[in-house]
Design a protein around this ligand. Structure first.
Ligand SMILES: C[S@@+](CC[C@H](N)C(=O)[O-])C[C@H]1O[C@@H](n2cnc3c(N)ncnc32)[C@H](O)[C@@H]1O
Length: 222
């Protein structure tokens, strides 16, 4: 009931940015939903941050999709997108990315993807929820088109090491930073957009691990 009331409070514009998995399955794919075609970018775990809104505003010929599982944060981002007058090239899906990514995106379809400050879930009993694990990263790799970038950021050194170990086993994803598995500074300040968590972690003096990856150009489906 509370959930329904909150949903009803969204304006038409805010609601129009929400996509349900079934809606996509019922139509001819993202270009039909967006009503125009363009390169398709994904951000997983948008929280209530505006990184994807900023990217959508800057790269307005591309299509941007954010996935967030928490309804409250998801609705906050819909409101921010409208308040910031973001164009119609940005949609959001409220879902668990583990379940939603496969039906939402065809293999080799994404022009790029971001996973920014995913929860590290340090307790062993929560390990299956970690996004930076082999099965999830392999899934993302499969959805990227050959040559497409994947950017990951985390403040957590142990989670960064786990991600590095997982990535070592995924031959279709290679680092763009040569021998370094990650950088402690953004690769390109001109296109870098700090997230809410990034600002928080940086202000506490925590190290930010920036992974810049790319799907190999000749990757067979991972
Ligand atoms: C630590 S927050 C970071 C938010 C934002 N990216 C930032 O940097 O400010 C991680 C977000 O990922 C979302 N999340 C975690 N696991 C998810 C999953 N399986 N599917 C979708 N969202 C997920 C959480 O609900 C949370 O909002």
């Amino acid at each position: 009931m509370t959930r329904l009331r909150r949903h009803l409070q969204l304006s038409d514009g805010e609601r129009s940015r929400e996509v349900k998995v079934q809606q996509l399955l019922d139509c001819d794919g993202w270009p039909q939903l967006f009503e125009f075609s363009g390169d398709l970018w994904l951000e997983v775990g948008t929280g209530k941050d505006t990184h994807i809104i900023d990217r959508a505003s800057r790269f307005d010929r591309d299509l941007h999709v954010g996935i967030e599982q928490c309804r409250k944060k998801f609705e906050m981002t819909l409101r921010k997108a409208e308040a910031l007058s973001c164009g119609q090239n940005l949609k959001f899906v409220q879902a668990d990315a583990f379940d939603a990514i496969d039906p939402l995106f065809a293999d080799d379809s994404l022009a790029g993807a971001f996973i920014l400050f995913p929860d590290p879930w340090p307790k062993a009993r929560h390990a299956r929820r970690r996004l930076l694990q082999s099965s999830f990263l392999t899934l993302i790799a499969r959805k990227l088109r050959p040559g497409a970038p994947l950017e990951i950021r985390t403040d957590d050194p142990s989670y960064a090491s786990q991600a590095q170990d997982s990535l070592a086993g995924i031959s279709s994803l290679v680092s763009r930073t040569e021998a370094e598995p990650w950088l402690y500074q953004p690769l390109d300040l001109d296109v870098h957009v700090e997230t809410l968590f990034e600002k928080r972690f940086r202000s506490k003096g925590l190290p930010i691990h920036h992974f810049y990856l790319q799907k190999t150009k000749d990757a067979a489906i991972a």
